[in-house]
Design a protein around this ligand. Structure first.
Ligand code: MN3
Length: 202
């Protein structure tokens, strides 16, 4: 039986201050993300199912229990999220990604507006995503709970950027001001990582 472990956080808890405070980062990583990993292992053990990778699991999620779905999504989504962030991110992407963004959304500003609006108006807990399909096209999507665009396998969208809008991601610092948290997010996107994901995703 494969045992999942919490991946290393690529920076210190306080690295993204003032946009994400150290206490939120610490609790989010050591309690929430660790919780998804632990519960995923427990749920897989009780399902008695073998898996190779989280991506494969998410693409075949209907074959698993709700507990596996929620916690595999929670593990995958948070790993992608941590790796999407960095202190002092550059203002916007370059290369193939900015070309694709301008083709789809006309401008980077309009892309940001649409993504932010999707994240702000998502009801309850969930995620906002920038996704790429096999044709290289982009799409902004939202998913509830710990769902992920990979779960909709037929359509073939792969997430390359994700924003956690569960209250646990921002409430300590921003309270109910989700739009302020979303505005802060744009200062800490690691666009080099997202550019590389865009090129690699197929
Ligand atoms: Mn979270």
């Amino acid at each position: 039986m494969k045992n999942f472990t919490l991946p290393k956080l690529p920076y210190a808890y306080g690295a993204l201050v003032p946009h994400i405070d150290a206490k939120t980062m610490q609790i989010h990583y050591t309690k929430h993300h660790q919780g998804y990993v632990d519960k995923l292992n427990a749920a897989l053990a009780s399902d008695k199912k073998e898996i190779n990778t989280l991506e494969e699991l998410l693409q075949n999620v209907d074959a698993y229990s709700v507990a596996v779905r929620n916690n595999a999504g929670g593990d995958y989504n948070h790993t992608l999220f941590w790796e999407s962030l960095c202190p002092n991110g550059k203002k916007m992407p370059a290369g193939e990604l900015i070309k694709a963004i301008e083709k789809k959304f006309q401008s980077f500003d309009l892309f940001q507006e649409e993504f932010s609006a999707g994240a702000a108006t998502l009801f309850g807990s969930g995620w906002a995503w920038l996704c790429k399909n096999t044709d290289g096209n982009l799409s902004i999507q939202t998913t509830p709970n710990q769902d992920n665009p990979l779960m909709n396998r037929k359509v073939g969208w792969r997430p390359i950027l994700g924003l956690d809008v569960w209250e646990h991601a921002y409430y300590l610092h921003y309270q109910n001001r989700r739009p302020d948290y979303i505005k802060a997010f744009w200062h800490i996107v690691n666009w080099e990582v997202i550019e590389a994901r865009y090129v690699k995703a197929s």
